[in-house]
Design a binder for this molecule. Structure first.
Ligand code: NAD
Length: 496
């Protein structure tokens, strides 16, 4: 029996809503050519929520065609027209905040308080992008008499591939600059979490977006994501996910049409506590850094570096605070940690916990799957970790943290930089000189001082080294969604 294009989904909170299941192309939910579907499993209760239709490469072609056609008018539309869509979209996200948070929690497993934060960020970012629409400008360049030179920022037809850890927030970081810059896109959600992205399709129509500007498809990395990365008719691919897949994306972009690439990849971010830190204030930042979103955060503070003078004190207080974390029913607004996203992800994290034990790290707390339905895992701390152990080198992408002791400022800098990644770092100290010195010497796209996982839509985010390149949010993102065209015009003096 054929899957309808909209199905009724019942969330454990009792909420019932109409979930789109088709491909969102040209402002409609449509069937893919082959009508293949895949199941969406909730990590909260391990049960099937629904199935959704799977886009295959031939459907990617249809979506790319829609984006190319829409580009013709959207790229030259008055900026106020684009701003109106973004303002309205922000409003609609807020209006649907409760439903969107529940969908996100049911699909991803994160606590509903985390989901509410994501929804708020999504609305805030769309609103911020609305304000950018009429500020994306070129330059007038004076090269002396006889010439008129100017640059234009030319929008792009994009492909975008997002991960499952922040389905809505990552979607907003991708769609905001597309809509603001006059670009168009085909966005593929992650196969684990396709639901909220499709729901946004509905809201885009309500917000008055012209057809084809944003197309949203569900599908697997291979072949659907791969078809985007290697598509000959896309000008750019933006990817957020693992470093391994990031490398494939770049290769596919190079081998197809040298499309522009931005990559937001993994990390192993250091969270440094100096002897002179305000220890009590720091503990909450340690918790937020690694256990927020069940540890499924690309910039998670997964290596805690503690100076020897406060090491024992910080470890003891961090352990006590961790053991008080409310873990479990993600729909309970008091819950801090929900479940991991999938069984595969849970097993991967558990295998890292085993590796930590085998390599001699000291398990301070946690380490076990919870004895209940759903993919729930205890927040886990390893102390006395050596920076060369696997748990300190490889991205775990779960609630597992490595605590490492250091003696001097220079040793902290060396340890912090001793990673293949460079997404984020944090410094906890009350000495401003130390904060600036260490910040200047850490190679990471974001350095937080006396805070963690602390975002603002005006502040750009992105990586160094194997954490990728390109920036999201802030003013910088618009460089990634436009191409510069220089016009140099010879001007002759008129005869009369
Ligand atoms: P992934 O990189 O495989 O998936 C991310 C997205 O890329 C998904 O939409 C997926 O469908 C797509 N994809 C996968 N293979 C592709 C390909 N060959 N071509 C094009 N697109 C492709 O991540 P995952 O397997 O879901 O998770 C594995 C690990 O990745 C995690 O354990 C974590 O370490 C890391 N990860 C990082 C982030 C981040 O924000 N940096 C997000 C999710 C996962």
């Amino acid at each position: 029996q054929e899957l309808p294009l909209h199905v009724t989904v019942k969330i454990p909170t009792g909420t019932e809503y109409q979930q789109p299941t088709g491909l969102f192309i040209n402002n409609e939910f449509v069937y893919p050519k082959q009508k293949r579907t895949f199941k969406v499993i909730s990590p909260v209760n391990e049960e099937e929520i629904t199935s959704v239709y799977e886009a295959l490469p031939e459907d990617v072609d249809v979506a790319v065609e829609a984006a190319r056609e829409a580009y013709k008018s959207w790229s030259v539309a008055h900026p106020s027209k684009r701003a109106a869509v973004l303002y309205k979209l922000a409003e609609l996200v807020e209006k649907n905040a409760t439903l969107l948070s529940e969908i996100e929690t049911f699909d991803n497993g994160k606590s509903v308080s985390n989901s509410r934060g994501d929804v708020a960020l999504t609305a805030a970012y769309f609103r911020s992008c609305a304000g950018w629409c009429d500020k994306i400008k070129g330059n007038l360049i004076n090269t002396g008499e006889g010439y008129l030179n100017y640059t234009q920022r030319v929008p792009l037809v994009c492909g975008q591939i997002i991960p499952w850890n922040f389905p809505l927030a990552m979607l907003s970081w991708k769609l905001g600059p597309v809509l603001a810059s006059g670009s168009t896109t085909v966005l593929k959600s992650a196969e684990n979490t396709p639901l909220s992205a499709l729901y946004i399709g509905k809201l885009l129509v309500e917000a008055g977006m012209p057809k084809g500007v944003v197309n949203i498809i569900s599908g697997y990395g291979n072949p659907t994501g791969a078809a985007i990365a290697s598509h000959p008719k896309l000008d750019k691919v933006a990817f957020t996910g693992s470093t391994a897949v990031g490398k494939l994306i770049m290769k596919a972009a190079a081998e197809s049409n040298l499309k522009k690439v931005t990559l937001e990849l993994g990390g192993k971010s250091p969270n440094i506590i100096f002897n002179d830190a305000d220890v009590d204030a720091t503990i909450q930042h340690l918790i937020n850094a690694i256990f927020y979103n069940s540890g499924e955060v690309c910039c998670a503070g997964s290596r805690i570096l503690i100076q020897s003078g406060v090491y024992d004190q910080v470890v003891a207080k961090f352990k006590a605070a961790t053991e008080k974390i409310k873990l479990g029913d993600p729909f309970d607004p008091e819950t801090f940690m929900g479940s991991q996203v999938s069984e595969v992800q849970l097993s991967k994290i558990l295998s890292y916990i085993e590796a930590g034990k085998e390599q001699g790290a000291k398990l301070i707390t946690g380490g076990k799957r919870c004895d209940k339905k759903g993919f729930f895992l205890q927040p886990t701390i390893f102390a006395d970790v050596d920076n060369n152990m696997r748990i300190a080198k490889e991205e775990i992408f779960g609630p597992v943290v490595s605590v490492i002791k250091f003696e001097t400022v220079e040793e902290a800098i060396e340890l912090a930089n001793n990673t293949e990644y460079g997404l984020a770092a944090a410094i906890h100290t009350l000495d401003i000189n130390k904060a600036v010195h260490v910040s200047n010497n850490i190679t990471a796209g974001t350095v937080w001082v006396n805070t963690y996982n602390d975002f603002d839509v005006m502040v750009p985010f992105g990586g160094f080294h194997s954490s990728g390149f390109g920036r999201e949010m802030g003013e910088e993102v618009f460089q990634e969604y436009t191409q510069i065209k220089a016009v140099r015009m010879k001007i002759n003096k008129p005869d009369s």
